[in-house]
Write a new protein. Structure first.
Length: 180
C-alpha cells in the first residue's frame, strides 16, 4: 500500500468516525457478535441515548489482506467477491468469522478457495475495540468529535461486514478489502 493510499484511507476513516460520533440514533453496529448462521435483527442493534456516541473499532494497520489463491491464478477468473461477518469482542479480538448472507453487493458463489483465504486472514486481525461514549449530558457530547474525551468510554462487542474482492489486473493478483 502506498503512502498516499494509507493517508487517504486514514482520512476517510477519520471522517467516518466523526460522523458516527455525532450520531444520536441507532448505531450501525450490533451490540454483540451475531450468531454465525444468523443476520443482525432489529433487537441486535445498539440504541444510543442523547448523551451517548459510538466509535467504530480501529483496525490494526498490520492486519493482512488475504492472498489470491495460487492454484486459481492460471484460470484467469473474472473478479470474485467474498463477504464475511467479523465479530469483534470488547478487547478488540476477533471472535467470529462467518460468511455473510447474499445481497446485492455480496454474491455467495465464489470458489471455496477465495472464502478460505478471506476467513484465514480475518481470523488473524486485531482491533482497538469499539466504544460507547457516555457523557454527562448531550451538550458535553456535542463538544467532542470522534473521541470520548470528557465522557466515560465503554468497550463494546460488534459485528462488522467486510467485502473481499479478488481480481487479476494485467495478469497480477489483486485483493481489495472493503468494509468494517
Amino acid at each position: 500500500m502506498t503512502k498516499w493510499m494509507t493517508l487517504g484511507c486514514t482520512a476517510a476513516a477519520l471522517c467516518g468516525y466523526a460522523a458516527l460520533a455525532n450520531a444520536q440514533t441507532v448505531a450501525a453496529a450490533t451490540s454483540a457478535p451475531a450468531p454465525v448462521a444468523g443476520t443482525a435483527g432489529k433487537s441486535d442493534r445498539m440504541v444510543l441515548a442523547d448523551n451517548e456516541s459510538f466509535l467504530m473499532p480501529l483496525d490494526d494497520m498490520k492486519n493482512a489482506h488475504p492472498s489470491y489463491p495460487q492454484n486459481l491464478l492460471g484460470q484467469h477468473l473474472p473478479p470474485r467477491t467474498v463477504c464475511l461477518r467479523v465479530g469483534i469482542d470488547e478487547k478488540g479480538a476477533v471472535t467470529v468469522v462467518a460468511k455473510a448472507p447474499a445481497s446485492g453487493f455480496c454474491a455467495t458463489d465464489a470458489e471455496p478457495d477465495f472464502v478460505v483465504a478471506s476467513e484465514t486472514a480475518a481470523r488473524t486481525w486485531k482491533f482497538d475495540p469499539a466504544l460507547r461514549c457516555v457523557f454527562r449530558n448531550a451538550k458535553d457530547k456535542e463538544r467532542v468529535t470522534a473521541s470520548c474525551d470528557g465522557g466515560k468510554s465503554i468497550p463494546q462487542a460488534v459485528t462488522l461486514t467486510y467485502r473481499f474482492r479478488f481480481e487479476q489486473v494485467d495478469g497480477k493478483p489483486k485483493v481489495h478489502v472493503i468494509g468494517g
